[in-house]
Design a protein around this ligand. Structure first.
Ligand code: NAP
Length: 331
């Protein structure tokens, strides 16, 4: 008698393109290998960055995600779930543990099960944290810690402006900048002013009425979480040694980063959070868990979609008006 290999449901994309590329398929379940954990994913992510990986644009991103088609057919980076099995040599995790984290460059979290190395970005979940609140943390919260604390070296008392304050990165960045003791100006549209104020912003600028770049020498850090401005546009709004941070990669931004690194007291900076070493990302997660335990960060969830409706989640993100995070539920 031949044993059937176990299977699972997963969302699969075998080409770059619109949300229609996603198909729910039955695929082989990952095997438990030495040093890895098998996780039953309860909640996974659907993020703006994942929509860019779906389209394969900008094209230079394909150097990492696959030239002609996605290298990893199963999308998704953030996850939260329960360990169901561990391979030889895994001592810090056991079946039944609640875990969360980021499958940064391997993706595959939009599936029933995920296999991940114990040395990757996988963390124990505190009892007080729900799967829904944990799964999106790798996106907005960790990216904002990377930009504000690690790259921007934020200090208490600084004037910090967060553009795109109602998005995934923005809703975390406002809370984190407040936690670090900054005076926070948040930029969003009229309909999100209440949300952004509730996150603790000291001042809110409605971008449909006021252009913040007309404020001269006002900010130590400008974190444009949605990449809607350019360094030359907002340079005058930076203090003499101010830093412009943007997580949205473009050739002009890279050119300005290089130029300002060499020739200017004001700086423009891009960073790719997911490409940091797993140990560095785990340190950021530990720091974030302390902030959450202190009641200083909450996950803002706009909508949830079941796994089979991942295409609808991506269509919603593509429209550009997401508030905070989307979550993908797997039950
Ligand atoms: N480099 C990295 O390490 C890294 C890591 C993760 C993500 N990212 C990138 O970060 C970017 C932001 O992601 P996200 O998930 O935070 O975005 P998002 O949630 O999709 O952003 C949507 C929000 O942006 C607001 N918005 C739209 N136009 C705006 C404007 N002109 N000014 C101010 N706000 C505006 C919208 O509010 P309204 O509807 O009210 O306009 C909406 O609430 C993405 O490009 C992603 O790829 C980079």
């Amino acid at each position: 008698m031949t044993m059937q290999n176990p299977t699972m449901k997963a969302m699969v994309a075998t080409a770059y393109g619109s949300p229609k590329v996603f198909q729910l398929q039955t695929v082989p379940m990952p095997r438990v290998k030495a040093g890895t954990l098998l996780i039953k994913v309860e909640v996974s992510s659907a993020t703006r960055a994942e929509t860019m990986m779906r389209t394969g644009k900008p094209y230079f991103g394909r150097l990492f995600t696959g030239l002609r088609k996605p290298k990893n057919a199963i999308p998704g980076t953030g996850f939260a779930g329960t360990v169901t099995a561990v391979g030889a040599g895994v001592n810090d995790f056991k079946p039944g543990d609640r875990v969360f984290g980021e499958s940064a460059t391997n993706f595959k979290t939009n599936a029933e099960y995920l296999s991940i190395s114990q040395d990757a970005v996988v963390m124990h979940m505190p009892d007080a944290l729900s799967f829904a609140d944990a799964a999106p943390l790798s996106d907005g919260a960790i990216t904002s810690i990377n930009f504000l604390k690690e790259v921007g070296k934020i200090k208490a008392g600084q004037a910090v402006l967060i553009n795109g304050a109602s998005g995934s990165l923005g809703t975390s960045a406002v809370q984190l900048a407040k936690y670090y003791g900054a005076k926070v100006t948040a930029v969003c549209s009229t309909r999100n002013v209440g949300l952004v104020r509730s996150l603790g912003a000291d001042e809110v600028i409605d971008y449909t009425k006021t252009d913040f770049s007309t404020h001269t020498a006002a900010y130590d850090l400008i974190f444009d979480t949605v990449g809607k401005t350019s360094y030359p546009q907002v340079k005058a709004a930076l203090k003499p040694e101010g830093v412009y941070l943007s997580p949205v990669l473009s050739f002009p931004l890279l050119a300005w980063s290089l130029y300002t690194a060499l020739f200017s007291a004001k700086k423009a900076v891009f960073a790719a959070t997911g490409l940091r070493k797993p140990a560095e990302l785990r340190t950021m997660f530990t720091h974030l868990l302390e902030i959450i335990a202190a009641g200083k960060h909450k996950t803002i969830i706009d909508r949830q979609f079941p796994l089979e409706k991942l295409a609808e989640a991506h269509t919603y993100i593509d429209a550009g008006h997401k508030k905070g995070n989307l979550i993908i539920t797997h039950n």
